[in-house]
Design a protein around this ligand. Structure first.
Ligand SMILES: *[C@@H]1O[C@H](CO)[C@@H](O)[C@H](O)[C@H]1NC(C)=O
Ligand SMILES: *[C@@H]1O[C@H](CO)[C@@H](O)[C@H](O)[C@H]1NC(C)=O
Length: 324
């Protein structure tokens, strides 16, 4: 049942589009409506105390009425005006609805007693957001956020739920659609794109670009403190075990430079190979361990069965088993 209601609500949202509302009782109010959506404008409090009113755009009257006079709505097919609370609901907004509207209120002598301007801006809602990431030569991550459909999109970023700070950024700022994150910045990155009628966001987990920060002293006494590409790094590497040595060898053989500016694809390609080699070595090691364990067990079983018949000779057998 809940699923059915949810589906119905979803369908309603799809067919009716985005709904916005705006209090236009102050002169000069700026309101926004979504293209294809609905806007609910509060034009006045109630029409009951108003002798005569008229709401119009540059082309002419849209709404008119007052005390003892019938209500006229020139766009009644797609709108509803509620005189008791002064709200005007306009559906299926189109680009030509964008513009300036004027409310004129007249007193019983026919004089205009009030005039209010309302600016309605129609914007297409943002329909989708795309995130594209690219590792740069020193382990920085370039992220570009692009959106489809939205008019006047505004970009903003968060990392692990907090607004990105300048300290985390190598280039760009929190409001540009392309940013570059520093090497040591990681976590859940979210790009939000919004305009006045919609907000869509997309997230990506900031992957490391294969760089690590090393801070050590070389045997010759030179201090090293820099970002290096982990897969090819041979500086300050701990004495390696058999499982990690293939990785080191790989890096030395291929002489991949620490700053692979011209060959980022090659570096990316290298990564799975290193991983695969390590995995193979580990698997071989496990295989050998299992084999020897199995062989040992088999030997014990063979000895055990050789001992077994003697168990019947009670006293001696105990001593024998213990000696074995
Ligand atoms: C005005 O009245 C209409 C119709 O009864 C209602 O849907 C709407 O929510 C009301 N708006 C306000 C601001 O009271
Ligand atoms: C590097 O290590 C030294 C000594 O441990 C420390 O004083 C220094 O702050 C470290 N530098 C960085 C950038 O981490």
């Amino acid at each position: 049942m809940e699923a059915v209601i949810g589906l119905l609500l979803m369908l309603l949202r799809v067919t009716h589009g985005v709904e916005t509302s705006c209090d236009g009782r102050q002169n000069g109010t700026q309101c926004y409506g979504a293209l294809g959506g609905t806007v609910v404008l509060q034009l006045m409090d109630s029409t009951s105390d108003i002798f005569r009113y008229q709401w119009s755009d540059k082309t002419g009257a849209i709404l008119g009425g007052g005390q003892n006079r019938p209500l006229h709505n020139w766009i009644a097919k797609r709108s509803v005006f509620t005189p008791s609370n002064g709200t005007f609901r306009i559906n299926n907004l189109i680009t030509t609805d964008d513009g300036e509207y004027t409310l004129r209120i007249f007193d019983s002598s026919g004089k205009q007693s009030e005039k209010r301007i309302l600016q309605l801006t129609i914007q297409a809602p943002v329909s989708s957001v795309l995130l594209d990431t690219e590792c740069l030569s020193q382990g920085e991550l370039r992220v570009s956020c692009s959106s489809e459909g939205g008019d006047s999109p505004q970009y903003s970023w968060t990392l692990n739920g907090h607004t990105l700070t300048d300290a985390q950024l190598f280039s760009g700022n929190n409001e540009t659609n392309i940013i570059t994150l520093k090497q040591d910045v990681s976590g859940q990155l979210v790009c939000s794109v919004e305009n006045h009628v919609s907000r869509v966001s997309k997230e990506v987990n900031r992957s490391t670009c294969g760089f690590i920060f090393i801070n050590c002293t070389l045997p010759n006494g030179t201090p090293i403190s820099q970002w290096v590409f982990e897969a090819t790094n041979s500086l300050c590497v701990e004495p390696t075990t058999t499982t990690t040595s293939p990785t080191t060898t790989e890096g030395k053989e291929t002489h991949v430079s620490i700053t692979p500016i011209d060959h980022p694809w090659y570096i990316r390609y290298l990564y799975p190979i290193c991983g695969l080699r390590t995995a193979v070595v580990i698997l071989i090691f496990i295989g050998i361990t299992i084999y020897f364990a199995w062989k040992k067990k088999k030997l014990e079983m063979a000895e055990g069965s050789a001992v077994l018949p003697e168990v019947e000779h009670q006293e001696n057998s105990v001593v024998k088993v213990e000696m074995i």
